[in-house]
Design a protein around this ligand. Structure first.
Ligand SMILES: Nc1ncnc2c1ncn2[C@@H]1O[C@H](COP(=O)(O)OS(=O)(=O)O)[C@@H](OP(=O)(O)O)[C@H]1O
Ligand SMILES: [Mg+2]
Ligand SMILES: [Mg+2]
Ligand SMILES: [Mg+2]
Length: 332
């Protein structure tokens, strides 16, 4: 099958590559306590704002009519209170853009991400830094961009600047780019190269042999519940813990077998930008994604996955067994 989104694929790759560069630059300069706490108590850094400005600017140049559902907004960068932050973000964004932005254009670019989402023709969703806590710690984070058409994710590009290119050589080169287009397979590049290698889920016949992948942050996914589900499944291997959508990449290339994200609060709705890119990557690598009740993820309902609870990712051969274990655990 021919690529339908070849132009979008190239633009999205460039956008994620430039944003990855900015994030790596920020990390070198970031003073440890230089994070701002948002209303929902989560952290944001100049890296998040700069990466969103860069990606939105590059997307707008090629696809000026496409709405963007992005995580961040420019509020903290406005007025006298935002001056210092605004100047830092402006200079970071301009360090990778062909045509420099001025302050007004910078704020506009960031706020182009404020679209409410829904089921319209086309929209992009962007997490400029997914796993901000991982980024600040110098661990895993990801720049995640996806194209959603009529509610269906069609293209995803994920930059993982700290992820080892080869899981079996953790001291070797770091920095990966993952690309997936509907019907075209899933691919990995090293950030330093344009050569693409196709990736696949690891084949697995017995669920008890599986390795779990889960969040670092206990707040986002209860380790206790996950451990009990693992024990129902007879799993004995220790979980692979990392921040961000790198978890979707890890299972997609066979570093681990199951990504479980269990709901911790009844009222928490997952954001579409936290899952869209990982979702298509997994599907194109041969995996299955659903929520914990086996419902498909619905990206057409706005900025969140309001119809879904939690996430279960695994090879289709073992996915039903994990759903069964979740239902046993939560309905006991
Ligand atoms: N309560 C709760 N439950 C579930 N998810 C939440 C919750 N609070 C925040 N978030 C979102 O989690 C995103 C980071 O997820 P991770 O899997 O990377 O978690 S962790 O970094 O290991 O803590 C994180 O994405 P970023 O803000 O882009 O880092 C949040 O959108
Ligand atoms: Mg955040
Ligand atoms: Mg996120
Ligand atoms: Mg983020």
């Amino acid at each position: 099958m021919m690529s339908v989104f070849a132009a979008e694929r190239n633009v999205a790759i460039n956008a994620v590559l430039q944003a990855s560069k900015v994030c790596q630059e920020v990390f070198k300069k970031l003073v440890k306590n230089e994070t701002i706490t948002k209303k929902d108590k989560s952290p944001v850094t100049i890296g998040d704002f700069s990466a969103q400005a860069v990606v939105n600017t590059i997307l707008y140049k090629s696809f000026p009519n496409d709405p963007i559902v992005g995580e961040e907004d420019s509020e903290a960068l406005r007025g006298d209170a935002g001056k210092e932050l605004r100047e830092k973000v402006l200079s970071l964004a301009n360090s990778v853009l062909d045509e420099p932005l001025d302050e007004t254009k910078l704020l506009d670019a960031i706020d182009r991400g404020s679209h409410p989402g829904g089921s319209q023709e086309r929209m992009w969703t962007l997490d400029p830094i997914d796993g901000t806590k991982g980024f600040v710690r110098g661990e895993q984070y990801a720049i995640c961009l996806a194209l959603i058409v009529g509610g269906n994710v069609q293209l995803g590009v994920m930059g993982c600047p700290n992820l080892p290119v080869d899981f079996n050589n953790p001291e070797g080169e770091r920095g990966c780019l993952f690309i997936a287009e509907r019907g075209q397979g899933a691919f990995q590049r090293a950030l330093s190269s344009t050569e693409e290698t196709q990736i696949h889920f690891a084949d697995i016949s017995s669920v008890s042999e599986a390795t779990f992948c889960e969040s670092v942050e206990v707040l986002h996914s209860s380790h206790g519940d996950a451990a009990q589900i693992a024990s129902i499944l007879g799993i004995t291997k220790p979980p692979l813990r990392m921040d961000s959508q790198c978890k979707y990449a890890a299972v997609s290339r066979g570093d681990a077998n199951i990504y479980l994200r269990l709901p911790t609060r009844a009222d928490y709705e997952e954001n579409i930008w936290d899952h869209a890119t990982g979702f298509i990557l997994v599907q194109e690598a041969g995996g299955k994604v659903s929520d914990i009740n086996s419902k498909p993820l619905d990206f057409s309902l706005g900025r969140t996955l309001k119809a879904n609870k939690g996430i279960v990712v695994a090879h289709p051969k073992i996915h039903p067994k994990i759903i069964e274990a979740c239902s046993k655990h939560f309905n006991k």
